[in-house]
Ligand binder design. Structure first.
Ligand code: GAL
Ligand code: CA
Length: 349
């Protein structure tokens, strides 16, 4: 009997161990071969954001094939609502996603999101809408991917300065040796809107060209709002407008639409954007848009993906291209008619 009992204990032990080891092997393999990444977007219909998203999808599919791994990449649209975004993040946490990528609706709401993710030990990759540094420092598994806003402003200023130097007689319609301009701004509170607005003007001013602001207002990054603003300004200032400075391309394209729908201009104002979206590059090629500044959506998507992948696989995040601590901030490229053909073929989707 004693012998028999011993046998049972022995078999149970062997059997039990094999179940345990079987389970843990299955668990770790599942972990290794399947990654779940949740992405919440402030607005899916934003042209530049949808460009980043579609690059992310491509990069993820490519990686799946290369590494023979399953990557579940899920996008949700917060539709401009902080409440929606909070619920989406709660859901990702509940469903045990490995990484959550956040394109914040409200940049000041980052702290709450970080604290939730920290509790669940799910790393975060913020992108395009930058939390303040103090918030990023709440936890070590939090990153930010975006572009160098100051550089985009400088390049936009350069495009205007070059145009002034080349075509002053056409540009300075009232011959007062000043630029009469209107400014279409992005969303209030967005780092790219405030930095681009401030430094584009500062750089032109520092170069020594006098500026006179006729009007400026936010069109929230959106084309239809820019059309409305521009129509108002055309009514108010008409042919006085010499330059339209826009914080992004789709608003610049909206302004172009208004300009092309009227005959009040003896000479059309020049229009300059930022982002490098496809239609903007086409407009530069046609000579309608004087210039734009490419923000590298593909490289930003690559950084978002590489950080997420490294974190999920337990690899060293410091090996991600361009990373500097918790930040990846990509470089811009200045585009005018002179070099647009190089970028047209490979433009942001
Ligand atoms: C900016 C971009 C805008 C808009 C915005 C959304 O970087 O220039 O076009 O996409 O991000 O947050
Ligand atoms: Ca003038």
């Amino acid at each position: 009997m004693k012998k028999y009992k011993g046998f049972i204990v022995f078999t149970a032990l062997i059997f039990g161990t094999s179940i345990i080891s079987g389970c843990s092997r299955e668990f770790s393999e599942k972990k290794k071969n399947e990654i779940k990444i949740g992405v919440t977007l402030y607005r899916q219909d934003d042209t530049f954001i949808s460009s980043i998203s579609s690059y992310l999808e491509d990069i993820s599919k490519e990686k799946e094939q290369q590494e023979n791994i399953k990557i579940q990449l899920d996008f949700v649209d917060a539709k401009g609502s902080t409440t929606n975004q909070g619920n989406q993040i709660d859901k990702f946490i509940k469903q045990d996603y490995d990484i959550i990528c956040v394109n914040l609706v409200d940049r000041t709401a980052a702290a709450t999101i970080i604290d939730k993710a920290k509790n669940a030990n799910i790393p975060l990759v913020f992108f395009n809408r930058e939390p303040v540094e103090e918030d990023l420092n709440r936890w070590n598994k939090v990153y930010y991917v975006g572009a160098q806003a100051r550089q985009s402003a400088r390049m936009q200023a350069e495009i205007i300065i070059e145009e002034w130097n080349k075509n002053k007689s056409k540009l300075d319609k009232n011959k007062d040796n000043k630029i009469q301009y209107v400014m279409l701004e992005g969303e209030p509170g967005h780092q790219d809107a405030s930095i681009r607005t401030e430094y584009c003007i500062k750089d032109i001013d520092n170069y020594g060209i006098e500026l006179e602001k006729l009007a400026d207002d936010s069109a929230n990054w959106q084309s239809d709002q820019a059309v409305n603003k521009m129509n108002q300004w055309i009514q108010e200032y008409g042919d006085e407008i010499e330059v339209v400075i826009s914080n992004n391309d789709v608003m610049a394209l909206g302004a172009l639409h208004s300009i092309n729908s009227t005959d009040v201009f003896t000479e059309k104002p020049i229009v300059v954007g930022i982002d490098g979206v496809k239609e903007a590059l086409e407009a530069v090629n046609k000579g309608d848009l004087t210039g734009t500044v490419i923000s590298d959506a593909k490289l930003q998507a690559k950084a978002i993906f590489d950080i997420s992948y490294s974190l999920a696989k337990g690899l060293d995040v410091n090996n991600v291209q361009g990373i500097n601590g918790k930040y990846v901030k990509t470089q811009h490229t200045k585009v005018t008619k002179e070099n647009v053909d190089i970028y047209l073929a490979d433009s942001n989707k």
